[in-house]
Design a protein around this ligand. Structure first.
Ligand SMILES: *[C@@H]1O[C@H](CO)[C@@H](O)[C@H](O)[C@H]1NC(C)=O
Ligand SMILES: *[C@@H]1O[C@H](CO)[C@@H](O)[C@H](O)[C@H]1NC(C)=O
Length: 278
């Protein structure tokens, strides 16, 4: 049983009223998302509770959320295609500002089936890649990939284990994402970048997505409305990692992170101050 909540936020009073129902029907794909490309490479199962993206030589595919969000605790379950080196399967958050100029992004990028890359773009500047190995086979089962975003912290989770933390250090003059973002999921040919050449005899490559409920604050409520402490993802316990999460995060950094922009002198000649604070 899971909880599905809808949040009604009065933009005037910033009062959130939370209604949760136990075991309510999971929102279908069409309620919150729409296909954006490769229509004939997208399949639906179980009345839209599972979506399959695919890629072959002719096309990849993708979908996006209908709305944009400032804050939230977002997540989706994914099952990756096996033997998919060279193919990028993604689940990410992106703002509408012109790409590469001022846009912002929070990314999960699965490079083939062996590497999980995360990245963060703020005001058009990325170059914040981190790469981890999996401690499970991501092609065998569904796993949950989540992003917590509130005014204090951004945390990336894999199955509730924090794998990346980015703190709001604007008080030290450092950047922090501030734009509303929509959610996108895509599969595309990233040959040469995503872990080697694509071996098309293993294709077509298919990724499955589940979990189309969105626990987030829509951009219509504005940055202040979405910062309201009463929203569940803004509450005090979620302003930093718990001690237990901190320990799990240290283990991930020690055992599974194998690339970190913080220590890439070619890409970042000067040690980024944000790396010390995060
Ligand atoms: C970051 O924190 C500062 C306070 O230190 C706050 O004023 C600002 O709104 C926060 N940024 C975002 C995007 O929430
Ligand atoms: C491509 O995959 C096929 C089937 O799995 C395999 O037999 C072949 O050796 C692979 N080719 C390369 C270049 O790895």
């Amino acid at each position: 049983m899971e909880f599905y909540c809808s949040i009604y936020l009065s933009a005037v009073l910033f009062v959130a009223l939370l209604t949760c129902s136990r075991g309510a029907q999971q929102p279908s794909f069409d309620q919150n998302y729409q296909i954006i490309w490769g229509y004939d490479h997208v399949a639906r199962f179980d009345g839209g509770s599972r979506i399959q993206l695919s890629i072959d030589r002719s096309s990849g595919s993708g979908f996006r959320s209908k709305l944009e969000y400032f804050t939230g605790f977002f997540g989706m379950r994914l099952k990756l295609p096996p033997k998919s080196a060279g193919v990028a399967t993604t689940y990410y958050f992106i703002s509408n500002a012109p790409r590469g100029v001022l846009h912002e992004e929070l990314d999960f990028e699965f490079l083939g089936d062996k590497i999980l890359q995360t990245n963060i773009f703020i005001n058009g500047v990325g170059k914040r890649e981190q790469r981890i190995r999996f401690w499970f086979d991501p092609t065998a089962d569904f796993h949950t990939y989540k992003i917590l975003r509130n005014p204090h912290i951004i945390v990336y989770f894999v199955d509730d284990i924090p794998i990346r933390v980015f703190k709001n250090s604007t008080k030290y003059g450092l950047p922090y994402p501030s734009q509303p973002m929509h959610i996108e999921a895509t599969m595309w040919n990233a040959e040469g970048w995503a872990g080697g050449p694509v071996n098309w005899s293993n294709g077509p490559f298919k990724a499955q997505y589940e979990g189309f409920g969105i626990h987030g604050c829509g951009s219509g409520y504005g940055p202040l409305g979405c910062a309201a402490p009463v929203l569940p993802w803004n509450r005090k316990g979620l302003h930093q990692l718990s001690e237990e999460q901190q320990r799990a995060y240290q283990q991930v950094k020690k055992k599974y992170v194998f690339y970190d922009y913080c220590y890439d002198k070619k890409r970042r000649p000067e040690f980024p101050i944000e790396c010390k604070l995060n």
